[in-house]
Structures are given as structure tokens and as C-alpha cells.
Design a protein around this ligand. Structure first.
Ligand code: M8O
Length: 223
């Protein structure tokens, strides 16, 4: 963890891209915990991607968003960031007290953050190629959503795990957006759809939505 004296005692800075699902997870968590922050937009597409420039590589050697400068540190990886926020800002908890429920939250996080999103992110789709990318993304999202829906069939209340919003919900909503972006048929996943609809009007989720980001283009493509 590198230190960054500029962020000690000042407002956290989130390096973010409007429709990056990983940035979006952190925006939701920050909003739920009511932590004020500034956004530094990093365009993943402008001039081959600002995430690859030397200056940003110093911030995040993975050349991805998000990165969060907070408490004098630079943190990367959205799930690690959410856990840091949970441990340092326990207000409005995003993990349940019950250990079994915690395990379910982590299970859903893993399915999405290891089993779906990395397989359909920008670098992979560029490698797969324009012609095949839609079918590829649909395949991995469908496979993962089958498992998420099954997990939710026993864990869900109003939200992914019980009736309290958790980190699992922070991960689910952006992934549903990606599924729609790649025209995945969501009808087989009624619980996923119900939770997504439930969270649509939540102010923390609304403020984190791509369409409410400073770097969102005037017309939202593929929405
Ligand atoms: O086409 C673009 O606008 C570029 C990048 C993204 O949306 C972000 C992703 O790679 C998808 C994701 O975060 O899951």
C-alpha cells in the first residue's frame, strides 16, 4: 500500500470511469456510508485508455479503475476497497453480523467479481474481438447469473442476503447493467431482477449510477 500525503486529512479521491462496474461498486459503498469524495475520471477508451498512461500506472499498476486515495493511502481493487471502508467506517454496515450470512455475501461477491466480471471486462473483450464479444459476454454472464440466482433463492430477503443492503448488492446492480448492455435475456433470473428493481430508487445507488457521473457522455449509449 503506497502512501499519499496529499490525501491525509482531505476528501478521498476516487479514480473512476462512469460505466466501469468495479468503480460503480465503490461509488455505491461510499454513498451508502455517506463518505464524501471527489471523482477523478479516467477514460478507459480515450486515446487507447488513460488507465495505461505512465502517471496513472503509478496510482494503479493494474491499469484499471477504481483506485481510491483515502487516509493517506492509495487503495486498488474494488472488493478490497469495500472491506477497508467497512473496517474503517463501520457506520451503515455492509456485512451482516451473522457469520453464515457473511459467508453468503462473500459467496455472491466472488461469483460476480471472480466468476463473471473479469471474463467480460474491456481488456478481455478487446482480445476476443468485435465479432465474438457479444456472444462471449452473454455466455459468461448467463453462466454466472445461474449461480447467483440459485444462491439468492436461499439467501435473499428484500436484498441479496436478508433485508439489509450488503456488499453483495453493491456488486449485483452494476453487473445487471452489464448484462443488459450485452442483451442477456434476464427473464430466467426473477430474484436478481426484483432486487435490481428494489435498489433502483435507493438514493445511494441512484447517485452512483453511470448516468449520474461527471464523465457520462450526454447520450447514454447501450443503456
Ligand atoms: O466500453 C467502455 O465504455 C469501456 C469500458 C467499460 O465499459 C468498463 C468495462 O470494462 C466493463 C465493466 O466494468 O464490467
Amino acid at each position: 500500500m503506497s502512501t499519499n500525503s496529499a490525501s491525509i486529512g482531505t476528501q478521498p479521491i476516487l479514480y473512476s470511469y462512469w460505466r466501469s462496474s468495479c468503480s460503480w461498486r465503490v461509488r455505491i459503498a461510499m454513498n451508502l456510508k455517506e463518505i464524501p469524495y471527489d471523482i477523478k475520471p479516467i477514460s478507459l477508451i480515450k486515446s487507447g485508455g488513460e488507465q495505461h498512461c505512465n502517471e496513472y500506472r503509478e496510482v494503479n499498476p493494474m491499469e484499471q479503475v477504481p483506485a481510491l486515495q483515502i487516509d493517506g493511502h492509495t487503495l486498488i481493487e474494488s472488493v478490497a476497497i469495500m472491506h477497508y471502508l467497512e473496517e474503517t467506517r463501520p457506520q451503515r454496515p455492509l456485512l451482516p453480523q451473522d457469520v453464515h450470512k457473511r459467508a453468503k455475501v462473500r459467496e455472491i461477491i466472488e461469483i460476480i467479481c471472480s466468476g463473471i466480471q473479469p471474463l467480460q471486462n474491456l481488456i478481455v473483450l478487446i482480445h476476443v474481438g468485435e465479432e465474438k464479444k457479444k456472444e462471449w459476454a452473454q455466455h459468461w454472464i448467463t453462466r454466472g447469473f445461474r449461480a447467483v440466482e440459485k444462491a439468492l433463492s436461499t439467501s435473499a430477503g428484500k436484498y441479496c442476503v436478508g433485508d439489509e443492503i450488503s456488499m453483495a448488492d453493491c456488486c449485483l446492480v452494476p453487473q445487471v447493467f452489464n448484462a443488459r448492455r450485452f442483451h442477456v435475456d434476464l427473464r430466467p433470473y426473477p430474484i436478481i431482477l426484483r432486487i435490481d428493481r428494489e435498489l433502483e430508487s435507493n438514493p445511494a445507488f441512484r447517485a452512483a449510477h453511470p448516468s449520474n457521473q461527471p464523465d457520462c457522455p450526454p447520450e447514454l449509449p447501450n443503456k
